[in-house]
Design a protein around this ligand. Structure first.
Ligand code: HEC
Ligand code: HEC
Length: 280
C-alpha cells in the first residue's frame, strides 16, 4: 500500500516535470500527415495569404500566439489542444476545439468561421495536434494561456499610455497604430487598431489580457522591460482606439456592452466626449 502511494507520487512528480519542460516537436513526419501539418503551419504564420476567405483583417495567428504558437504564456497551441471540449462563459456552452478556433477567426481575425471539414480547419488542427505530441490531455499545463498582471497601483490611463506608445511602440507599429507593411506584401509589424486589427469582441480587446501580453512580449524582443503600470497604461491606450465592430452587435453599443462585455474594456465607455465602439 505504502509503496503504491510513493509510486503514485513519483509518477505525479514525473508528469509535472515533463509538463513544465514541455517542448513541441520540430521535425515534421513524412507523408500526407506531414504535408497537412505544413499547410496548417503556413496558415498559422501567414493567415490572410493562406486562408483569405475567412480573414477580415491583416493579422495572422502567430501575431498573438508567438513563435508560431509555441511560446509558453503566449497562449501556446500545445497547451490548448488537450483542454477541449471545455465550457466557455463567453458563449455559455461547451466548446469543441473546432469551435474555439472558429472563435479566433470570428473575433481576433475579424472574419468568418471555417467549416469543421474545410481544408483550412483540417490543416490548422493537424498543425496544432502535432505541436501537442506527447502533451497530457485534460491537464492545464504550465505556460497555458497568457500571464495576467496584477492590477496596477493607479487606474490604467489611456492618456499616459499615449506617451508610452510614442516612446516604445510607434517605431514598429506606426505612429497611428496601423502597422507597417513588408516590401513584398503582408505586414511586418501588425496593426494594433483601426480597420485591419482585431475587433471589439476579440480577447485582446480586454485591457487585462493586452496588458499581460504586452508586459511579457513587447516591445518585441525586449519583453519585461516596461513597468506593470506602463503595460496597463499602453494597453488602455491601444484598446480605447477605434477598431472593427463586435460581430455580436445588436444595433446599439450600450445594449451590446450590457450583453457581452464586462468592466475590463472600453467598449461603450465615453472618453473625451465620444462613445467608444460607436465610431464608423
Ligand atoms: C489579436 C490576437 C489574436 C490573434 C490574431 C489570434 N488569437 Fe487566438 N487567442 C487570442 C486570445 C487573447 C486568446 C484567449 C486566451 C485566454 O484564454 O486568455 C486566444 C485563444 C486561442 C485558443 C485557445 C487557447 C487556450 O489555451 O485555450 C486557440 C486554440 C487559438 N486562440 C487559436 C488561434 C488561431 C488558430 C488563430 C488564427 C486563425 C488565432 N488564434 C488568432 C488572441 C489572438
Ligand atoms: C521591434 C518592433 C516592435 C516594437 C517596438 C513593438 N512591437 Fe508589438 N509586435 C511586433 C511584432 C513583430 C509582433 C508580431 C509578432 C509575431 O508575429 O511573431 C507584434 C505584436 C503585437 C501585438 C499583437 C498583435 C496585434 O497586432 O495586435 C500587440 C498588441 C503589440 N504588438 C503591442 C505592442 C505595444 C503596446 C508595444 C509598445 C510597448 C509594441 N507592441 C512594441 C513588433 C514590435
Amino acid at each position: 500500500m505504502r509503496s503504491l502511494v510513493v509510486l503514485a507520487a513519483l509518477v505525479a512528480g514525473t508528469a509535472t516535470a515533463v509538463a513544465a519542460d514541455f517542448q513541441p516537436p520540430t521535425t515534421l513526419p513524412e507523408g500526407p500527415f506531414g504535408e497537412m501539418i505544413a499547410k496548417g503551419e503556413a496558415i498559422f504564420t501567414e493567415t490572410k495569404a493562406n486562408a483569405g476567405p475567412y480573414v477580415g483583417n491583416e493579422l495572422s495567428c502567430r501575431n498573438c500566439h508567438l513563435d508560431r504558437g509555441r511560446l509558453a504564456n503566449s497562449a501556446p497551441m500545445w497547451a490548448a489542444f488537450g483542454l477541449y471540449p471545455q465550457y466557455r462563459a463567453k458563449n455559455k456552452s461547451v466548446n469543441t476545439f473546432t469551435h474555439r478556433i472558429q472563435d479566433c477567426f470570428r473575433f481576433s481575425m475579424n472574419g468568418k468561421k471555417p467549416e469543421a471539414d474545410s481544408e483550412v480547419m483540417v490543416a490548422l488542427q493537424s498543425y496544432i495536434f502535432w505541436l501537442a505530441t506527447g502533451a497530457p490531455v485534460g491537464a492545464k499545463l504550465p505556460g497555458q494561456g497568457y500571464k495576467l498582471l496584477p492590477k496596477p497601483a493607479e487606474a490604467p490611463s489611456p492618456e499616459r499610455g499615449a506617451t508610452v506608445f510614442a516612446a516604445n511602440c510607434a517605431l514598429c507599429h506606426g505612429a497611428d497604430g496601423q502597422g507597417t507593411k513588408r516590401a513584398g506584401g503582408g505586414y511586418q509589424f501588425p496593426p494594433l487598431w483601426g480597420p485591419n486589427s482585431y475587433n471589439w469582441g476579440a480577447g485582446m480587446h480586454r485591457v487585462n489580457t493586452a496588458a499581460g501580453f504586452i508586459k511579457a512580449n513587447m516591445p518585441f524582443g525586449r519583453g519585461g522591460t516596461l513597468s506593470d503600470q506602463e503595460a496597463w497604461d499602453v494597453a488602455a491606450y491601444v484598446n480605447s482606439r477605434p477598431r472593427p465592430q463586435d460581430p455580436r452587435f445588436t444595433g446599439d453599443v450600450a445594449d451590446t456592452r450590457a450583453k457581452f462585455h464586462n468592466d475590463d474594456d472600453y467598449y461603450g465607455v465615453t472618453l473625451d466626449g465620444k462613445v467608444i465602439g460607436a465610431e464608423k
